[in-house]
Design a protein around this ligand. Structure first.
Ligand code: PMP
Ligand code: GLN
Length: 378
């Protein structure tokens, strides 16, 4: 069968997590917490399971959760979204991203993608007949050259994919980035998908500049979020899309035939849990401490780094330690010193190898300390 995705294999996250499991390595590769979510959240699910919330949720999501999302969005960013017409609950941000791309990309359209890029963007574009056009960001700062972006916009550009805070670099967009993007898309038939799954994980008091906070971008962006990152529940696969009513109408046409609706009792539980701001406002301090613990533990090592500005990933440069390709090194470190990471080249289309590995620090302190100790021996 001729493949529709000839360049796609098993994702690196699956490959590295499996290798970590097979070898007993500390798994700092795939982005998920090694610790459990709040027992209060589990208790809420039990409550709603017992109450009989066990049939299909409404296609757009349980109203209580959409209302809680509208409330949180207004409180956190000062921007209003109508739960009836502008908020949709999805099966993870992955579904939201796919549905948003499918809603607007037609065969022949071009989609601007900043790389390194999260692995689901390009396949979503290609399955819908679009062509990715890459803007390459380079270490150590991964700053966007907006003149380059402008030069790559054509009559066929239909969509721009954004991710802030960024996986894998941890970079966070500034208000200047928002203004530059708004200037480019204003008055053009170009939409934006903004992947903001790490919206609550920023360090040193940084602000998350959601694209919704710019009035021009508010009107043309699909904001994709995920409860997986915020409440330590990556296995629940519940996310959401905030978009103006016209875009949401098209988004829901895709969503209703992709999954129709998302698991019901968890949505009720999340509606209650999300209504307490402390549950997401505590996240920056929680993860900044973990990031610092990990960075302190490798401070005597030969790795070089710029502390992540946000997300729960830290990139380390091994330049000067070895000349191995990053993929080979990630495999070797898993097998030889029992630390699994992700080679950053997999996030680049041309597999650009800048001698970088990505480490997830959403892990128990004790695992981070042990990992730091082993990495310091290199
Ligand atoms: N976008 C980014 C940048 C991610 O890192 C992830 C998952 N870790 C996702 C989207 C997918 O989120 P979900 O698990 O809610 O589908
Ligand atoms: N987003 C996670 C990461 O970057 C992985 C999620 C997945 O395995 N699909 O590690």
């Amino acid at each position: 069968l001729p493949s529709k995705l000839p360049n796609v294999g098993t994702t690196i996250f699956t490959v590295m997590s499996r290798l970590a499991q097979d070898t007993g390595a500390i798994n700092l590769s795939q982005g998920f917490p090694s610790f459990d979510c709040s027992p209060d959240l589990v208790a809420l699910v039990e409550k709603y399971l017992r109450k009989g919330a066990n049939q299909y949720a409404p296609m757009a999501g349980v109203p209580a959760l959409r209302e809680a999302l509208a409330h949180k969005t207004l409180a956190a960013y000062g921007v209003s979204y109508d739960p009836e017409t502008e908020i949709t609950v999805t099966s993870g941000a992955t579904e939201a991203l796919y549905a948003a791309v499918a809603a607007v990309v037609r065969p022949g359209d071009e989609v601007l993608v900043f790389e390194p890029a999260y692995d689901s963007y390009v396949p979503a574009v290609e399955l819908n007949g679009g062509s990715p056009v890459f803007v390459t960001l380079t270490p150590p700062d991964y700053l966007i050259d907006w003149e380059e972006v402008r030069s790559k916009v054509t009559d066929r550009t239909r969509l721009i994919m954004v991710n802030t805070p960024h996986n894998p670099t941890g970079r966070v967009w500034t208000t200047d980035d928002l203004n530059q993007l708004a200037d480019i898309v204003q008055d053009k038939p170009i939409w934006v998908v903004s992947d903001e799954v790490y919206e609550h994980i920023l360090f040193e008091g940084r602000t998350h500049h959601s694209l919704m906070t710019h009035p021009v971008l508010r009107e043309r962006t699909f904001i994709c979020g995920s409860f997986g990152k915020t409440f330590h529940i990556t296995g629940w696969k519940i996310g959401y899309c905030l978009a103006p009513a016209g875009l949401t109408t098209e988004f829901r046409k895709v969503h209703q035939f992709l999954t129709f609706s998302t698991v019901t009792p968890m949505q009720y539980a999340l509606a209650d849990f999300l209504s307490v701001p402390e549950h997401y406002e505590s996240l920056p301090a929680f993860y900044e401490r973990k990031r610092n613990l990990f960075l302190d533990s490798i401070s005597g090592s030969r790795f070089r780094f710029k502390p992540a500005e946000g997300s729960f990933f830290q990139i380390l440069s091994y330049a000067g330690i070895t000349d191995e390709p990053d993929y080979d090194l990630a495999i070797r470190l898993t097998k030889e010193i029992g630390i699994a990471s992700v080679p950053v080249s997999v996030f680049y289309q041309q597999r650009n190898d800048y001698q970088l590995l990505r480490f997830c620090f959403a892990k128990d302190d004790e695992l981070l300390l042990r990992a730091g100790e082993r990495l310091s021996r290199l």
